[in-house]
Design a protein. Sequence first.
Length: 350
Amino acid sequence: MTDIAKLLGDEADDLLGHVCTGFPGERLHLPGADFIDRVMALSDRRPHVLRNMQALFDHGRLAGTGYLSILPVDQGIEHSAGASFAPNPIYFDPANIVELAIEGGCNAVASTLGGLASVARRYAHRIPMLLKLNHNETLTYPAVYDQTLFAQVEQAFDMGCVAVGATIYYGSSESRRQITEVSEAFERAHELGMVTVLWSYLRNPAFKKDGTDYHVASDLTGQAIHMAATIKADIVKQKLPETNGGYRAIGFGHTHDKVYSELTSDHPIDLARYQVANCFMGRAGLINSGGASSGAGDLTQAVRTAVINKRAGGMGLISGRKAFQKPMAEGVELLNAIQDVYLSKDVTIA
């Protein structure tokens, strides 16, 4: 097992000992082996959705825990294939992406229509697959920042996927159209029995002000998460918050003083707990993203993110570039280290 405290270093006591008071843990709908019976079965989700959610929970090293470790590889579209796969060219072949998820003990693999379709008959029965329906392609010049549908829900169903995913750029001028498209796609996915996962991101140049990037503010990401849960995302993917006070700094929208004085603090676990609270207090699962690969510090950063997510009440981590832009053995080691956080009885809910 990974020595979590050693990796956290000087932050270990603070991150492993913190107690949240704004939203006490006992008020949350926490992940667990009985999450579907205790939480999801109370919703209007069809039995096939519950079965496929259970398939996610029952696969990989985290099987039976109610936590998720997902390998997402849609960066070939989002960031270009060259930028994504040149660090380790074996991943130009989608089969190796799926093999990494299997060897890494993941609950599921998420990727593109063509990537998953090219190997679906070989792997659909070996690991749960999640099809990403839309992407921000980066070949258009000048650059356009929008999410375009690349796939239909029925295509995911036909290739044996248990889940679909999509991105909405909340705050962008295109967000209203994206909300409509994704809401309709998610409703169709639920009709066909598939789980829905939303990459609930912010995108607006005005969200960067006076040298601070409020795209990762707890209050703004929390509202994006709340809207994700509102269109019935079963699982919400969001970046770990790094700051707060976006509404106040930018001077728009609506908020309340208690958000900053009582419900959150500057502590990273409190900031993430506010994200969980906006997931209908955990009725939708929060998975935080692993972020870009920065080299030697990736393992420590991934474990730190997992500790914050778990202690905040989140459901897991979805980490791609930190894993697939390395030799496969190192990628497996990193994925296993993330999973060790969720398997550890010493990392508890704050």
